[in-house]
Ligand binder design. Structure first.
Ligand SMILES: Cc1ncc(C[n+]2csc(CCOP(=O)(O)OP(=O)(O)O)c2C)c(N)n1
Ligand SMILES: [Mg+2]
Length: 293
């Protein structure tokens, strides 16, 4: 895995760091409330939470502004990070026809053309060939394509990505590598890394932790030289689907990032104020939508 090196301060200053922290925190608070609402049966669709993985889309969205976004089933974090409408997301989770996908997609099928986001249809990794097809049809558009480490085992992924490389299609491929396909760890599933295979064809690739500093560095390095592929090693805190937890998460990137900001001299009071504001806004937001208890 690659390490952090020589990060240029001009693209990762205090303002960017705070923006990213805000987004990670905002997504975390949203997801915590989604979990609560699922647990009391207000949300009835199967729920795929992003808790633990928020730093990836939060950081990418600070530096890369795609015209289209193709995601898989774990898409809440991507939707929120890229400016999706949280009211419409809650309504979608509640199955209402005013939801961002008319209440028909639910948690795994978030789609909203207002932000160019095309939702998941059920087949793992299908968003990769779809993203490549879209790029072929509209090569002037920048595309973000996000999928998991399970998806990269589908045969159509490799052929699609290599096709995108041959045809220089401007897609940023992001693998949210939580080391799990439902319950099975990578080591039990395969003996290879997609990044090694893609290096073999000369494609710009990185294999990094989900640390915002590393993601910022690689996105800035690659964003004008697409297609490129970033494998971000992350940690899903809860079940694949649903809200349970089998083991204590090995890392909480939110806490780690906050500690790194404090170590760099960012004021604790400033972060606490940000957190309080986000918490309050999030509570108000959900209150508007949930049935009165
Ligand atoms: C083609 C296909 N095979 C299997 C499944 C069943 N399935 C749904 S989610 C999933 C695991 C996906 O893991 P990953 O891509 O790593 O995403 P994560 O859930 O870890 O975010 C599987 C195997 C499916 N939906 N489609
Ligand atoms: Mg996975």
């Amino acid at each position: 895995m690659e390490e952090y090196n020589l990060l240029k301060k001009d693209f990762f200053g205090k303002e960017q760091k705070i923006n990213i922290y805000k987004k990670i925190y905002e997504i975390r608070e949203f997801e915590k409330q989604a979990k609560k609402s699922f647990d009391v049966d207000s949300i009835k669709c199967p729920i795929y939470l992003s808790i633990g993985q928020e730093s990836i889309s939060a950081t990418i969205s600070e530096f890369f502004k795609p015209d289209y976004i193709f995601t898989q089933h774990r898409g809440h974090s991507v939707y929120i990070a890229f400016g999706g409408n949280k009211d419409k997301l809650i309504d979608e989770l509640l199955g209402k026809d005013i939801g961002c996908n008319k209440g028909k997609g639910g948690s795994p099928g978030i789609q909203d053309l207002n932000i160019g986001m095309i939702g998941h249809h059920g087949l793992i990794g299908e968003n990769v060939p779809l993203a490549v097809g879209a790029a072929l049809g509209a090569p002037e558009k920048k595309i973000l394509c996000v999928f998991g480490d399970g998806a990269v085992e589908e045969d159509y992924i490799f052929s699609s990505i290599t096709f995108a490389f041959t045809h220089k299609l401007p897609i940023l491929f992001i693998c949210e590598d939580n080391n799990l396909s439902i319950l099975t760890k990578k080591a039990e599933r395969r003996s290879w890394e997609i990044t090694d295979a893609l290096k073999g064809i000369g494609m710009p690739v990185a294999d990094i932790l989900d640390d915002p500093k590393l993601i910022a560095q690689k996105v800035n390095e690659f964003k004008n030289n697409l297609p490129a592929f970033i494998n971000c090693r992350t940690c899903r805190h809860l079940w694949h689907v649903g809200t349970g937890q089998d083991e204590i998460p090995s890392i909480d990137r939110l806490k780690e990032f906050k500690n790194s900001l404090l170590n760099e001299g960012i004021d604790l009071n400033e972060l606490t104020k940000i957190e309080e504001k986000i918490k309050l806004e999030n509570e108000e937001l959900w209150k508007k939508h949930l049935p009165k208890q």
